[in-house]
Design a protein around this ligand. Sequence first.
Ligand code: EPU
Length: 311
Amino acid sequence: MTSQELKDIFSGSLFEGEVKFAEPMSNHTSLRMGGPADVYAIPRDALSLINISLNLKKNHLPFFPLGGGTNVLVRDGGMEGVVLSTRLFRKMKSLQEDNASVLVSVDAGALLLQLVSFARENGYSGIEGLAGIPGTVGGAIFGNAGAFGYEIKDVLTAVQIMDAEGGIKTLTADAINFGYRSTDILPGSVILSAEMKLMKDKEKSVAARVENFLRMKRERQPLWEPSAGCVFKNPPGESAGKLIDAAECKGVRIGDVEVSTVHANFFINRGRAKASDFIRLMDVVAHRVKKRYGVILEPEIKITGIDEGAD
Ligand code: EPU
Protein backbone atom coordinates (compact mmCIF):
# COMPACT_ATOMS: atom_id res chain seq x y z
CA MET A 1 0.00 0.00 0.00
CA THR A 2 1.39 3.42 -0.96
CA SER A 3 1.56 6.28 1.50
CA GLN A 4 -1.04 8.12 -0.62
CA GLU A 5 -3.47 5.21 -0.21
CA LEU A 6 -2.82 5.21 3.53
CA LYS A 7 -3.44 8.97 3.66
CA ASP A 8 -6.72 8.42 1.80
CA ILE A 9 -7.84 5.87 4.39
CA PHE A 10 -7.22 8.37 7.17
CA SER A 11 -8.95 11.25 5.43
CA GLY A 12 -12.00 9.10 4.62
CA SER A 13 -12.44 7.64 8.08
CA LEU A 14 -14.01 10.34 10.22
CA PHE A 15 -10.63 10.35 11.89
CA GLU A 16 -9.69 13.24 14.12
CA GLY A 17 -6.22 13.43 15.54
CA GLU A 18 -2.61 13.48 14.47
CA VAL A 19 -1.06 11.22 11.82
CA LYS A 20 2.62 10.76 11.09
CA PHE A 21 4.13 8.67 8.32
CA ALA A 22 7.42 6.73 8.58
CA GLU A 23 7.61 7.80 12.21
CA PRO A 24 10.60 6.44 14.18
CA MET A 25 9.38 4.37 17.11
CA SER A 26 12.46 5.52 19.01
CA ASN A 27 10.42 8.72 19.55
CA HIS A 28 7.67 6.76 21.27
CA THR A 29 9.37 4.14 23.42
CA SER A 30 11.04 4.61 26.78
CA LEU A 31 14.02 2.62 25.45
CA ARG A 32 14.42 5.24 22.69
CA MET A 33 14.92 2.44 20.17
CA GLY A 34 13.07 1.08 17.19
CA GLY A 35 12.74 1.73 13.45
CA PRO A 36 9.88 3.59 11.78
CA ALA A 37 6.20 2.66 11.89
CA ASP A 38 4.52 2.99 8.47
CA VAL A 39 1.98 5.18 10.26
CA TYR A 40 1.84 6.48 13.82
CA ALA A 41 -1.57 7.92 14.63
CA ILE A 42 -2.91 9.60 17.74
CA PRO A 43 -6.72 9.54 17.63
CA ARG A 44 -8.38 12.42 19.46
CA ASP A 45 -10.92 10.19 21.13
CA ALA A 46 -12.17 6.62 21.31
CA LEU A 47 -14.66 7.19 18.49
CA SER A 48 -11.87 8.25 16.12
CA LEU A 49 -9.89 5.19 17.14
CA ILE A 50 -12.84 2.90 16.49
CA ASN A 51 -13.59 4.51 13.11
CA ILE A 52 -10.05 4.26 11.84
CA SER A 53 -9.61 0.71 13.15
CA LEU A 54 -12.72 -0.46 11.30
CA ASN A 55 -11.44 1.13 8.11
CA LEU A 56 -7.98 -0.37 8.50
CA LYS A 57 -9.60 -3.74 9.04
CA LYS A 58 -11.67 -3.37 5.91
CA ASN A 59 -8.45 -2.68 4.00
CA HIS A 60 -6.65 -5.63 5.63
CA LEU A 61 -4.07 -3.34 7.21
CA PRO A 62 -2.62 -4.39 10.54
CA PHE A 63 -2.76 -2.00 13.51
CA PHE A 64 -1.24 -2.06 16.95
CA PRO A 65 -2.40 -0.16 19.99
CA LEU A 66 0.38 1.51 21.93
CA GLY A 67 0.16 2.98 25.41
CA GLY A 68 3.23 4.62 26.88
CA GLY A 69 5.71 2.42 24.97
CA THR A 70 7.44 1.69 28.28
CA ASN A 71 7.46 -2.10 28.14
CA VAL A 72 8.18 -2.69 24.45
CA LEU A 73 11.22 -3.23 22.30
CA VAL A 74 10.60 -2.36 18.64
CA ARG A 75 13.04 -3.99 16.23
CA ASP A 76 15.27 -1.82 14.03
CA GLY A 77 13.25 -2.41 10.83
CA GLY A 78 10.24 -0.74 12.46
CA MET A 79 6.57 -1.69 12.34
CA GLU A 80 4.48 -2.54 9.32
CA GLY A 81 0.99 -1.10 9.45
CA VAL A 82 -0.45 1.47 11.79
CA VAL A 83 0.47 2.17 15.40
CA LEU A 84 -2.47 3.68 17.25
CA SER A 85 -1.57 5.64 20.34
CA THR A 86 -4.15 5.94 23.12
CA ARG A 87 -2.31 8.77 24.77
CA LEU A 88 -4.98 11.40 24.27
CA PHE A 89 -7.60 9.39 26.20
CA ARG A 90 -6.88 10.61 29.71
CA LYS A 91 -10.09 11.27 31.61
CA MET A 92 -10.45 9.96 35.11
CA LYS A 93 -13.21 10.49 37.64
CA SER A 94 -14.94 9.04 40.69
CA LEU A 95 -18.23 7.45 39.67
CA GLN A 96 -19.85 6.48 42.94
CA GLU A 97 -18.83 5.97 46.50
CA ASP A 98 -19.94 4.62 49.83
CA ASN A 99 -18.38 4.98 53.28
CA ALA A 100 -15.57 2.55 52.58
CA SER A 101 -14.87 2.56 48.85
CA VAL A 102 -15.04 4.48 45.61
CA LEU A 103 -15.51 3.37 42.03
CA VAL A 104 -13.15 5.20 39.68
CA SER A 105 -13.38 5.34 35.91
CA VAL A 106 -10.16 5.93 33.97
CA ASP A 107 -9.32 6.11 30.27
CA ALA A 108 -6.64 3.83 28.90
CA GLY A 109 -4.22 6.60 27.91
CA ALA A 110 -4.04 8.17 31.37
CA LEU A 111 -0.58 7.78 32.86
CA LEU A 112 -0.34 5.41 35.79
CA LEU A 113 1.48 8.26 37.48
CA GLN A 114 -1.62 10.48 37.13
CA LEU A 115 -3.85 7.74 38.49
CA VAL A 116 -1.61 7.18 41.51
CA SER A 117 -1.53 10.96 42.14
CA PHE A 118 -5.32 11.17 41.85
CA ALA A 119 -5.68 8.32 44.37
CA ARG A 120 -3.13 9.86 46.68
CA GLU A 121 -4.71 13.32 46.63
CA ASN A 122 -8.11 11.84 47.43
CA GLY A 123 -6.95 9.31 50.01
CA TYR A 124 -7.90 6.29 47.88
CA SER A 125 -5.96 3.14 48.63
CA GLY A 126 -5.15 0.03 46.55
CA ILE A 127 -2.58 1.13 43.98
CA GLU A 128 0.17 2.64 46.13
CA GLY A 129 2.65 -0.06 45.02
CA LEU A 130 2.20 0.98 41.39
CA ALA A 131 3.87 4.35 42.11
CA GLY A 132 6.93 4.89 39.95
CA ILE A 133 5.85 2.48 37.20
CA PRO A 134 5.93 4.43 33.93
CA GLY A 135 3.38 4.06 31.14
CA THR A 136 -0.36 4.22 30.70
CA VAL A 137 -3.24 2.56 32.51
CA GLY A 138 -4.08 0.56 29.35
CA GLY A 139 -0.54 -0.79 29.10
CA ALA A 140 -0.53 -1.56 32.81
CA ILE A 141 -3.74 -3.58 32.44
CA PHE A 142 -2.49 -5.40 29.34
CA GLY A 143 0.66 -6.49 31.19
CA ASN A 144 -0.96 -6.72 34.65
CA ALA A 145 1.70 -4.35 35.98
CA GLY A 146 2.73 -4.70 39.58
CA ALA A 147 5.32 -4.14 42.26
CA PHE A 148 5.70 -4.71 46.01
CA GLY A 149 2.91 -7.28 46.09
CA TYR A 150 0.42 -4.95 44.35
CA GLU A 151 -0.99 -5.79 40.91
CA ILE A 152 -3.39 -3.67 38.90
CA LYS A 153 -5.78 -6.63 38.56
CA ASP A 154 -6.48 -6.47 42.30
CA VAL A 155 -8.45 -3.22 41.99
CA LEU A 156 -10.04 -3.65 38.55
CA THR A 157 -13.77 -4.24 38.33
CA ALA A 158 -14.30 -3.84 34.55
CA VAL A 159 -12.37 -3.15 31.37
CA GLN A 160 -13.81 -1.73 28.18
CA ILE A 161 -12.14 -2.99 25.03
CA MET A 162 -12.49 -2.90 21.29
CA ASP A 163 -12.01 -6.51 20.23
CA ALA A 164 -10.22 -7.72 17.12
CA GLU A 165 -13.53 -7.62 15.16
CA GLY A 166 -14.11 -3.98 16.08
CA GLY A 167 -16.84 -4.75 18.65
CA ILE A 168 -16.94 -2.69 21.85
CA LYS A 169 -17.27 -4.85 24.96
CA THR A 170 -17.20 -4.34 28.67
CA LEU A 171 -15.49 -7.26 30.37
CA THR A 172 -15.94 -7.73 34.07
CA ALA A 173 -12.56 -8.13 35.70
CA ASP A 174 -13.33 -11.65 36.91
CA ALA A 175 -13.99 -12.73 33.31
CA ILE A 176 -10.40 -11.77 32.43
CA ASN A 177 -7.69 -14.26 33.13
CA PHE A 178 -4.85 -12.32 34.77
CA GLY A 179 -1.49 -13.95 35.36
CA TYR A 180 1.87 -12.71 36.50
CA ARG A 181 2.53 -9.78 34.13
CA SER A 182 -0.06 -11.13 31.69
CA THR A 183 -3.74 -11.19 30.71
CA ASP A 184 -5.75 -13.17 28.21
CA ILE A 185 -6.85 -9.91 26.52
CA LEU A 186 -5.79 -10.62 22.95
CA PRO A 187 -3.06 -8.47 21.39
CA GLY A 188 -5.48 -7.49 18.56
CA SER A 189 -7.81 -5.80 21.07
CA VAL A 190 -7.55 -2.19 22.20
CA ILE A 191 -8.13 -1.35 25.85
CA LEU A 192 -10.24 1.82 25.94
CA SER A 193 -11.03 2.43 29.61
CA ALA A 194 -11.38 0.71 32.95
CA GLU A 195 -13.23 0.89 36.22
CA MET A 196 -11.57 0.17 39.52
CA LYS A 197 -12.61 -0.03 43.12
CA LEU A 198 -10.35 1.74 45.59
CA MET A 199 -10.70 1.83 49.36
CA LYS A 200 -11.08 5.08 51.27
CA ASP A 201 -8.27 5.87 53.64
CA LYS A 202 -6.57 8.89 55.17
CA GLU A 203 -4.74 10.99 52.57
CA LYS A 204 -1.68 11.00 54.81
CA SER A 205 -1.54 7.21 55.05
CA VAL A 206 -1.85 6.76 51.28
CA ALA A 207 0.79 9.44 50.68
CA ALA A 208 3.19 7.84 53.17
CA ARG A 209 2.93 4.45 51.44
CA VAL A 210 3.39 6.01 47.98
CA GLU A 211 6.47 7.91 49.21
CA ASN A 212 7.91 4.78 50.77
CA PHE A 213 7.52 2.70 47.59
CA LEU A 214 8.93 5.50 45.46
CA ARG A 215 11.95 5.80 47.74
CA MET A 216 12.58 2.04 47.54
CA LYS A 217 12.26 2.13 43.77
CA ARG A 218 14.66 5.05 43.46
CA GLU A 219 17.19 3.20 45.60
CA ARG A 220 16.93 -0.10 43.74
CA GLN A 221 16.07 0.76 40.14
CA PRO A 222 17.69 3.08 37.55
CA LEU A 223 14.46 5.02 36.99
CA TRP A 224 16.28 8.01 35.50
CA GLU A 225 17.86 6.04 32.60
CA PRO A 226 16.21 4.98 29.32
CA SER A 227 14.99 1.41 29.88
CA ALA A 228 11.88 -0.73 29.58
CA GLY A 229 11.86 -1.75 33.23
CA CYS A 230 12.53 -5.40 33.99
CA VAL A 231 13.60 -7.27 30.86
CA PHE A 232 12.88 -10.80 32.10
CA LYS A 233 10.08 -12.21 34.23
CA ASN A 234 10.99 -13.51 37.63
CA PRO A 235 11.17 -17.32 37.39
CA PRO A 236 8.93 -19.00 40.00
CA GLY A 237 10.42 -18.44 43.44
CA GLU A 238 13.45 -16.55 42.08
CA SER A 239 14.43 -13.02 41.13
CA ALA A 240 15.73 -12.61 37.58
CA GLY A 241 17.72 -9.53 38.68
CA LYS A 242 19.43 -11.45 41.45
CA LEU A 243 20.35 -14.33 39.10
CA ILE A 244 21.67 -12.00 36.38
CA ASP A 245 23.71 -10.14 38.98
CA ALA A 246 25.08 -13.39 40.45
CA ALA A 247 26.01 -14.51 36.92
CA GLU A 248 28.23 -11.40 36.82
CA CYS A 249 26.39 -9.66 34.02
CA LYS A 250 26.13 -6.17 35.54
CA GLY A 251 27.84 -3.68 33.23
CA VAL A 252 28.06 -6.14 30.31
CA ARG A 253 27.54 -4.14 27.14
CA ILE A 254 26.81 -4.80 23.47
CA GLY A 255 26.91 -1.71 21.28
CA ASP A 256 25.11 0.94 23.26
CA VAL A 257 23.02 -1.43 25.38
CA GLU A 258 24.24 -2.14 28.89
CA VAL A 259 23.07 -4.28 31.79
CA SER A 260 22.41 -1.74 34.52
CA THR A 261 24.90 -1.68 37.37
CA VAL A 262 22.03 -0.59 39.67
CA HIS A 263 19.54 -3.40 38.93
CA ALA A 264 20.68 -6.23 36.67
CA ASN A 265 17.23 -6.88 35.18
CA PHE A 266 17.21 -3.41 33.60
CA PHE A 267 19.04 -2.90 30.30
CA ILE A 268 19.95 0.71 29.55
CA ASN A 269 20.26 2.57 26.24
CA ARG A 270 23.60 4.35 26.59
CA GLY A 271 23.28 6.42 23.41
CA ARG A 272 22.24 5.20 20.00
CA ALA A 273 21.41 1.64 20.89
CA LYS A 274 20.04 -0.80 18.34
CA ALA A 275 17.27 -3.26 19.10
CA SER A 276 19.39 -6.02 17.53
CA ASP A 277 22.08 -5.36 20.18
CA PHE A 278 19.42 -5.38 22.91
CA ILE A 279 18.23 -8.81 21.73
CA ARG A 280 21.81 -10.12 21.52
CA LEU A 281 22.42 -8.91 25.07
CA MET A 282 19.26 -10.70 26.22
CA ASP A 283 20.62 -13.90 24.65
CA VAL A 284 24.03 -13.50 26.28
CA VAL A 285 22.51 -12.86 29.72
CA ALA A 286 19.94 -15.68 29.45
CA HIS A 287 22.67 -18.05 28.30
CA ARG A 288 24.93 -17.17 31.23
CA VAL A 289 22.14 -17.60 33.76
CA LYS A 290 21.13 -20.94 32.23
CA LYS A 291 24.71 -22.20 32.19
CA ARG A 292 25.38 -21.24 35.82
CA TYR A 293 22.04 -21.88 37.47
CA GLY A 294 20.07 -24.03 35.02
CA VAL A 295 17.26 -21.45 35.04
CA ILE A 296 15.57 -20.39 31.80
CA LEU A 297 14.68 -16.68 31.73
CA GLU A 298 11.56 -15.62 29.83
CA PRO A 299 11.23 -12.08 28.46
CA GLU A 300 8.88 -9.77 30.29
CA ILE A 301 9.11 -6.99 27.72
CA LYS A 302 7.09 -7.29 24.52
CA ILE A 303 9.28 -7.54 21.43
CA THR A 304 7.67 -6.40 18.21
CA GLY A 305 8.41 -5.13 14.69
CA ILE A 306 10.67 -6.41 11.96
CA ASP A 307 14.42 -6.77 11.65
CA GLU A 308 16.35 -4.18 9.69
CA GLY A 309 16.62 -5.18 6.04
CA ALA A 310 13.67 -7.59 6.31
CA ASP A 311 10.93 -7.32 3.69
N1 EPU B 1 18.92 -8.20 43.42
C1 EPU B 1 20.26 -8.37 43.26
N2 EPU B 1 20.86 -7.73 42.22
C2 EPU B 1 20.19 -6.95 41.33
C3 EPU B 1 18.79 -6.80 41.50
C4 EPU B 1 18.18 -7.43 42.55
O1 EPU B 1 20.90 -9.07 44.02
O2 EPU B 1 20.81 -6.42 40.41
C5 EPU B 1 18.28 -8.85 44.57
C6 EPU B 1 17.76 -7.84 45.57
O3 EPU B 1 18.77 -7.47 46.46
C7 EPU B 1 16.64 -8.61 46.25
C8 EPU B 1 16.09 -9.50 45.13
O4 EPU B 1 17.12 -9.56 44.13
O5 EPU B 1 17.15 -9.44 47.26
C9 EPU B 1 14.80 -8.97 44.52
O6 EPU B 1 15.05 -7.66 43.99
P1 EPU B 1 13.94 -6.51 43.91
O7 EPU B 1 13.35 -6.32 45.26
O8 EPU B 1 14.57 -5.37 43.23
O9 EPU B 1 12.78 -7.13 43.07
P2 EPU B 1 12.81 -7.86 41.67
O10 EPU B 1 12.30 -9.25 41.89
O11 EPU B 1 14.08 -7.71 40.94
C10 EPU B 1 10.33 -7.21 41.10
C11 EPU B 1 9.63 -6.84 39.83
C12 EPU B 1 9.76 -5.34 39.59
C13 EPU B 1 9.19 -4.59 40.78
C14 EPU B 1 9.98 -5.01 42.04
C15 EPU B 1 9.46 -4.37 43.31
C16 EPU B 1 9.64 -8.51 38.04
C17 EPU B 1 10.37 -9.05 36.88
N3 EPU B 1 10.24 -7.51 38.70
O12 EPU B 1 11.72 -7.00 40.87
O13 EPU B 1 8.98 -5.03 38.44
O14 EPU B 1 9.31 -3.19 40.60
O15 EPU B 1 9.84 -6.45 42.19
O16 EPU B 1 8.29 -4.99 43.71
O17 EPU B 1 8.54 -8.95 38.36
C18 EPU B 1 8.92 -4.70 36.06
O18 EPU B 1 8.03 -5.54 36.03
O19 EPU B 1 9.31 -4.10 35.03
C19 EPU B 1 9.58 -4.42 37.33
C20 EPU B 1 10.61 -3.59 37.42
